[in-house]
Write a new protein. Structure first.
Length: 277
């Protein structure tokens, strides 16, 4: 499922030559896969995450195989100063033409099971940092007349809210709406923004969620499981084609249609039964 604007994606393997991208949460999962996809298309990349050792390994691997420039910027997006510091570290060394807002995690448990400091950190990483990086980098993109933004959200962004993941659905909904709004606001200016909504994907987030672990072990879970590489490739292609929204995987497409069209009361019951202890 997608909503499309634009004349279609470029298909050359060197379409990113002379341009640079920033990927958050690049140390593993979809973020790392995105870095690989971008490098394979000729983009220079800046990668940021908390785990510098993993970023350095990615830097060596990607630079050797694709011959692109890779800048490593270790940062914890839970720090309110992180986005400002990332942009300052880039400075004049690298002008960002494509931003991938991917960093994220989840807190599994009831809202009051976690301190406000823990909940605030989640809001900072998956809400404020997404908005701030977009705000800081969008202006220079507009000045150059070219910019691409990908928000890696989730099918959870279409939930009415779910127990045990209290802030996750609202934050993913924000990421979807932000990308769609930016794309609409700056139509015709050379800017495209895309919201990516994967479903069950083989990333480290499964390790922190008992509910998702149980689903992933089921037969249906194994059938619908997606790889980070597939999600990253589809999201990149969708953005370059000018799509505002891409939902990944057959099951996820059907599930999102159910969430959008079923009576709200039915959706509430389904989500509550699926995500409560």
């Amino acid at each position: 499922m997608s909503e499309t604007r634009g004349s279609g994606a470029m298909i050359r393997g060197d379409e990113g030559r002379g341009r640079a991208a920033l990927v958050t949460g690049a140390s593993s999962g979809i973020g790392r896969a995105f870095a690989e996809v971008l490098a394979s298309r000729g983009w220079d990349i800046a990668v940021t995450a908390r785990r510098e050792d993993r970023l350095r390994e990615l830097q060596r691997s990607v630079a050797a195989r694709h011959g692109v420039r890779v800048e490593v910027i270790p940062a914890d997006l839970a720090d309110p100063k992180a986005c400002e510091n990332i942009v300052a570290a880039l400075g004049e060394r690298m002008h960002i033409d494509l931003l991938v807002n991917n960093a994220g995690y989840t807190l599994y448990g009831r809202y009051l099971d976690f301190s406000w400091e823990e909940q605030r950190a989640l809001l900072q990483v998956m809400g404020v940092a997404v908005c701030e990086l977009t705000h800081r980098l969008l202006g220079p993109m507009l000045e150059r007349g070219f910019g691409r933004i990908v928000n890696v959200a989730s099918a959870g962004g279409f939930f009415p809210g779910s127990p045990m993941y209290t802030l996750y659905a609202p934050l993913k909904a924000l990421m979807i709406a932000l990308a769609e709004g930016i794309d609409a606001e700056y139509a015709g200016s050379g800017i495209h923004a895309t919201a990516s909504a994967p479903g069950l994907t083989a990333t480290e987030i499964l390790e922190t969620s008992p509910a998702l672990q149980e689903v992933s072990r089921s037969r249906l879970g194994r059938l619908r499981m997606q790889t980070p590489e597939t999600v990253a490739r589809e999201a990149y292609d969708a953005c370059m084609a000018g799509q505002r929204l891409v939902v990944h995987g057959w099951y996820t497409k059907a599930f999102v249609q159910f969430l959008r069209r079923a009576p709200r009361r039915m959706v509430y019951r389904f989500v509550s039964s699926a995500y409560t202890e």
